[in-house]
Design a protein around this ligand. Structure first.
Ligand code: FES
Ligand code: FES
Length: 936
């Protein structure tokens, strides 16, 4: 390490710094100057979260070493652009346009936009997109479109064509919050770089905090024969090397299995691996040291003696006759689920006028948040172990990890930190038990920050489905019967594997009046990345089968795919695949809204097609249930504070989707009679020691279930405050009359679990979506570009329009990635944002049109459904259907890489099948690391 004195002008002030010449600028800003508004996501120059302006030029500070920065250089960080009381027009525009969700990428985008507008005050939308592409500003949440809107408006203000007051939110005359576009309470902190994420909080922990590094053998399946920590323990700065021997409890995370037919017991995931390595990334030891560098250096010295086993990297491999049991004693196929609706489908299909049959594969889609996983733990003054993490299921995680750590539930507290998005991967605990074990073993606060490689290789992923099915219709195009079979590759850990497999019974064929369905699904244990929740959980896989088959059948039977769908959609008299009567029949209105746009798009595609670039249009529909299966409960409380403000408490964990806005909207709407300003509603969120159990933030349930719980709590308070004359008691009057000032609210969905035939009413409210994609396929390269997407959604009444728009744009863009580029299969290639096919701004359309039908839901507090999952149910299939419409090629194994499309174009069958993808090596044939290790 070469230290040197440098004087830098940082945000207009000269600062004298003693720096390591090899340190990246981001480290100096964050750790030495405590300017934590500069975020570090990928840490390798691919995401732009760390952008700062250096001597007038935009730079990525995570890859810029101090030795390349001259003294007297000028550095502008987000903190130098504007402050909460003096926001820059770019910051105001981001707030106004809701161009923010989790906010982790936001400082990097705002700094980048500042550099652009310093250089070009009159950019076109395309200039803005080119700029963000060039400087690799990556956002996983927003779908980019609202960010471009914000930059365009900020430019107008800076050119003097618009006042910055025009960027200030104007509430409606009646002061209402519910149903408006009011900016979220956290936006100002996010645009100023003052919203402290986990790594930022890490810089504020007590001085005796230990830094953790993980020991992760590079192998996918092996028996552990020994762990030798002796050399590591002697390394500089090491306080302790924690192994399974230090874990006081059962050393397992329980998946809380609830299905009696599951052949596993749910206790299959080690906290610290003791007997076997089940997947790449599994952890055998945690080194706790004074610095992160010392911890990492020591981790490299831990020796693990392994007996390598064959790795089963996908469902067919693990189901093969000669495959050994990955968890000895539990079969690799450990759960099966069935759907039997109506009469036996085989005779119906055999007699039908038209039948199609196909086999499909949906890949292991990675979540790819820009913020890598992060957390810490300490023992508090009540001797409780307190874990802070990105958990979106704080109460659930408490019960999943407490026994493994040897703790009673009241000895453990889980708190959610401000979170740079999860999209569901944090439905599973990731590092909570690791930092908990480290804090217990050392008695000191312990901090663990993953790098992006660890984020990608050692957090859960969307479970790949291998699907087969047959669909039949009569001469008139009336669908008659569906037969389906699906295998879910859930990786080595069973938590929620049964639940995601069950989604096949709920969503394969959903949306249509299908009287007869037969289905069987199974969950398969493999050695690839473990399956965790991912937005729309199980439905993109389900619709990959049914929405592909519907298109193929329409084509075969000679119907237009849009009208074929319209003929068969839910109308009164129809039931869902699980035999439930849909709570609303909104598809007809949605299709009628889309129809003129569809025919216009077809006409445009015809005109725009050339010999080299073929244009096409595809549609698909999607449905998702709001809630956990069966009766699903949530709790909230509200407290009247001295002075008249209220505090709302719940555990509506925020991935970045807008729990803050939702909580305020439901409380404000229920308490309208009190005439509160939104800022008078204060929030106490996501701490198991302070907040009631509101359940996990998954399955688009919170807006429905916790929305109702907040309403119930606020109704209790309002009733207590109401006087006989119709006016309301003040806080002082309540106290004087000995009336409680705090009220709890609970709400449970009126639902039933599915029976052994898959029949039941698992959700009381569903989201309905209709997608249309317009694509261009380059015939020479096979590359598909999505030119435009149109979405018609019914999410019930809308809680916050800005939030809902943001969720939809973000979901659509993740659908583009799912269809065309994203995967986590190759353990060498799919470990960076770029390597895994992350969609950057120019990879997705700027042209996205959103239309809403707002059918009020009887069971919604104010008529609402949910939002987050709907836009990612089946947008990918609309893209695949558009590819076929453009060039005649049916892609049955995604992502639809250019090579696959090209091969399909050259094939006689005009298709790219699952068998082709297997033959071409797109699915791992064995653990790469296993094979390499064997070679050595
Ligand atoms: S580019 Fe620096 S953190 Fe990603
Ligand atoms: S808001 Fe951009 S990554 Fe979350």
């Amino acid at each position: 390490m070469g230290l040197v004195k440098k004087v830098l002008n940082v945000n207009g002030i000269e600062r004298t710094l003693i720096v390591d010449q090899d340190a990246p600028l981001s480290d100096v800003l964050r750790k030495q100057l405590h300017l934590t508004g500069t975020k570090v996501g990928c840490g390798n120059g691919q995401c732009g979260a760390c952008n700062v302006i250096l001597n007038g030029k935009l730079v990525r500070s995570c890859v810029l070493k101090m030795k390349r920065i001259d003294s007297w250089s000028k550095v502008t960080t987000i903190e130098g652009i504007g402050t909460p009381l003096n926001l820059h027009p770019i910051q105001k525009a981001f707030i106004f346009h809701h161009a923010i969700q989790c906010g982790f990428c936001t400082p990097g985008f705002i700094v980048s936009a500042k550099a652009l507008l310093d250089e070009n005050l009159n950019p076109t939308r395309e200039d803005v997109r080119d700029w963000f592409q060039k400087y690799r500003n990556a956002c996983r949440c927003t779908g980019y479109s609202m960010i471009v809107d914000a930059v365009m408006d900020a430019a107008k203000v800076l050119r003097g064509e618009m006042t910055d007051q025009a960027l200030e939110y104007k509430p409606p005359a009646d002061g209402r919050v519910y149903g408006t576009r009011i900016p979220r309470p956290t936006f100002v902190a996010k645009v100023c770089g003052l919203w402290d994420f986990g790594e930022d909080m890490g810089t504020q922990l007590p001085e005796d905090t230990l830094q953790c590094a993980l020991v992760q053998p590079k192998v996918s399946h092996a028996i552990i024969k020994g762990i030798d920590t002796s050399e590591a323990e002697k390394m500089p700065g090491v306080f302790k090397v924690v192994t399974h021997r230090d874990v006081k409890g059962r050393n397992r995370i329980t998946g809380l299995i609830t299905f009696p037919t599951n052949k596993g017991d749910g206790w299959d995931r080690p906290i610290l691996n003791d007997d076997k390595i089940y997947q790449y990334g599994d952890v055998v030891a945690i080194v706790c040291a004074d610095t992160r560098d010392n911890a990492k250096a020591a981790a490299a010295k831990v020796k693990v003696d392994l007996e390598v086993l064959p790795a089963y990297m996908n469902a067919p491999a693990a189901m093969a006759d000669d495959a050994i049991e990955i968890h000895p004693g539990t079969p690799n196929v450990y759960f099966e689920t069935y759907l039997n609706k109506g009469e036996d489908v085989k005779p119906v299909i055999e007699k039908a006028a038209h039948v199609v049959e196909g086999e499909y594969y949906l890949q292991r889609q990675p979540h790819m948040p820009i913020e890598p996983d992060v957390g810490f733990a300490y023992i508090d003054d009540q001797k409780r172990v307190v874990v802070h993490s990105k958990s979106i299921a704080v109460h659930l995680h408490l019960y999943m990890i407490a026994p493994g750590l040897g703790l009673e539930p009241d000895q453990l507290v889980i708190v959610q930190n401000p979170t740079g998005a999860t999209f569901g991967y944090k439905f599973s605990p990731t590092m909570e038990a690791l930092v908990g074990a480290a804090a217990i073993a050392t008695g000191r606060p312990c901090f663990l920050g993953y790098d992006w490689y660890q984020q990608q290789t050692y957090t859960g992923k969307r479970s790949p489905f291998w699907l087969r099915g047959r669909l039949a219709c009569d001469e008139e195009g009336k669908m008659l019967a569906l037969e389906a079979d699906w295998s879910c590759d859930h990786g080595p850990y069973s938590e929620f594997g049964d639940l995601v497999t069950l989604r096949g019974t709920q969503f394969i064929g959903a949306g249509y009046d299908l009287k007869n369905i037969r289905g069987v699904g199974r969950t398969v244990c493999t050695n690839h990345g473990w399956g965790s929740a991912f937005r729309a959980y199980g439905s993109p896989q389900s619709f990959m089968l049914s929405e592909s088959l519907v298109d193929e059948l329409a084509k075969k039977a000679g119907f237009d795919p849009f009208e074929f769908r319209f003929k068969n959609i839910y109308r009164p008299g129809a039931t869902t695949p699980t035999g439930q009567v849909p709570e609303v029949f909104c598809f007809e209105e949605m299709f009628n809204l889309m129809r003129p746009k569809y025919y216009e798009a077809l006409a445009k595609a015809k005109l725009a097609s050339t010999d080299t670039v073929k244009r096409g249009v595809g549609v698909s529909l999607g449905i998702y249930g709001c809630g956990l299966d069966g009766p699903d409960s949530s709790g909230a409380w509200v407290e009247l504070l001295p002075g008249g403000d209220v505090m709302v408490g719940n555990a509506w964990q925020d991935h970045g989707q807008g729990a803050d806005a939702g909580t305020v909207a439901f409380a404000h709407e229920t308490l309208r009679a009190l005439n509160l300003r939104p800022s008078q509603i204060r929030l106490c969120l996501n701490d198991t020691s302070l907040c009631p159990n509101s359940g996990p933030s998954g399955g688009s349930r919170q807006n429905v279930v916790t929305g109702n719980a907040i309403k119930a709590a606020c109704t209790g308070l309002l009733n207590a405050m109401k006087k006989e004359d119709g006016t309301y008691r003040s806080y002082d009057e309540m106290v004087k009359e000995n009336l409680p000032t705090k009220y709890e609210g609970n709400w449970t969905t009126p639902c039933t679990h599915q029976d052994e035939n898959g029949q039941g009413s698992p959700f009381c409210i569903y989201m309905y979506a209709l997608f249309m994609s317009e694509v261009a396929v380059d015939i020479a390269t096979g590359k598909t570009t999505v030119v435009k997407m149109t979405y018609v959604g019914d999410n019930g009444t809308i809680t916050n329009r800005g939030t809902v728009d943001g969720q939809v744009y973000g979901g659509l863009v993740q659908g583009v990635g799912l269809a065309l580029t994203e995967d986590f299969e190759d353990l060498k290639k799919h470990t960076t944002l770029i390597g895994s096919g992350f969609p950057f701004i120019k990879d997705v359309p700027d042209n996205m049109e959103l239309l809403y039908v707002e059918t009020p839901r009887k069971d919604g507090a104010f008529g609402q459904a949910g939002v987050g999952e709907g836009p990612l149910t089946s947008p990918h299939v609309s893209i695949l259907n558009a590819i076929e419409n453009a060039c005649g090629v049916r892609i049955r194994s995604i992502p639809a890489y250019p090579d696959k499309v090209l091969k399909g174009l050259k094939s006689e069958k005009k298709a790219y099948d699952v068998a082709d993808a297997l033959a071409d090596g797109y699915m791992s044939q064995g653990g790469i690391e296993t094979l390499e290790l064997k070679k050595k």
